[in-house]
Design a protein around this ligand. Structure first.
Ligand code: 2P0
Length: 321
């Protein structure tokens, strides 16, 4: 039995749309920060005595589309290692209670790492990233810690993530604002499919996201928080603009999302260097230096309450326990 731990990541340059649905190849590169606070532990054992794969997530048997994705990753590993044994998988997510952040990124990164090792395979992080990608695109990035780039690529082998900077040796952290902890109505998978097919803004999104790759990477390498934050916020707003143009139109924003976005802009006008990003849900993540946390938290706590704010630091890549 092998146990691996992987941490969730938040994209500062978003993955939003697949050019190949089967292989999970994105239209554009994406760049993320792996977080220290939220992670998944997954144990895997291949056992000839089992009749079929048994997958338990947070003490519940996994069913539906999630199960199909896990089986897909396990099948790839079985094919690679040349055995056909059923697997027992036990996974637990360590995120604040129903935070709406139980991201598939940490789940599939931990699964790929644990299952590959349990099969006796010795794989590089790049190979693990490719395997994790088949479970969920964003999981390709959670194999690595700190700042990470997922190269879109053009086929299975060329679409992988790699480290930009780890450890992160400058002061940048991320404050998560928990606005709605319920399951979202439009999943990321469905949302990105819909915009890629129907939103006239989608081609402009892909073009602008790909153009952001170098500037965002440079901002990270130059440890330039203002440049990184501005580019990340613009990128997130452009991603969400595609949803308004979709047929039918939809949005992940809720009234509190807009209130937080405005507050962050106002804080900036008052000289506090803080920037927002929003994923496929209503929660806002704020990028700032830890020296500004108190100012940001005081203002945000007045809107949502202190108990809905979680400060995250850069986290590590996948490890074995
Ligand atoms: C990201 N998101 O780059 C973007 C920004 C959500 C918004 O990656 O279909 O769960 O499983 O590949 O990885 C969430 O999408 O989607 C995501 P699939 P995934 O973080």
């Amino acid at each position: 039995m092998i146990t691996a731990r992987a941490h969730t990541n938040i994209a500062l340059l978003k993955y939003w749309g697949k050019k190949d649905e089967n292989l999970i190849l994105p239209f554009n590169d994406s760049i993320s920060l792996t977080l220290d606070r939220f992670y998944t532990d997954t144990s895997v054992e291949f056992d000839a005595n089992l009749v079929e794969d048994t997958i338990t997530v947070d003490h519940q048997p996994l069913i539906g589309p999630g199960l199909k994705r896990v089986t897909r990753v396990l099948d790839l590993i079985r094919a690679k290692s040349g055995h056909n044994l059923p697997a027992k998988v036990f996974s637990s997510n360590h995120v604040p209670m129903a935070a709406g952040l139980a991201s598939s990124s940490s789940a599939f990164a931990a699964l790929a790492a644990a299952a590959a090792k349990a099969s006796g395979l010795i794989l590089s992080n790049r190979e693990l990233s490719i395997l994790a990608r088949h479970g969920s695109g964003s999981a390709s990035r959670s194999i690595f810690g700190g700042f990470v780039q997922w190269h879109a690529g053009f086929d299975n082998q060329s679409s992988y993530a790699e480290s930009i900077q780890c450890p992160v040796d400058w002061d940048v952290n991320l404050i998560t604002v928990l606005i709605d902890t319920k399951q979202k109505k439009v999943s990321s998978t469905i949302g990105m499919q819909s915009v890629a097919k129907t939103s006239p803004f989608f081609p402009a999104w892909v073009k602008s996201a790909q153009a952001d790759v170098k500037p965002i990477k440079n901002a990270i390498l130059n440890k330039n928080l203002a440049s990184l934050g501005e580019l990340a916020e613009q990128n997130a707003m452009r991603m969400h603009a595609t949803t308004f143009g979709a047929i039918p139109s939809f949005t992940y924003f809720q009234p509190e999302t807009l209130a937080i976005l405005n507050t962050v802009r106002n804080l900036r006008k008052q000289g506090v260097e803080c920037y927002s990003t929003v994923d496929a849900g209503p929660n806002v993540k704020i990028i700032c230096a830890s020296t500004d946390n108190e100012k940001v938290i005081t203002r945000l706590a007045a809107i949502v309450g202190q108990d809905r704010l979680v400060v995250c630091k850069p986290g590590p890549g996948v490890t074995y326990l």
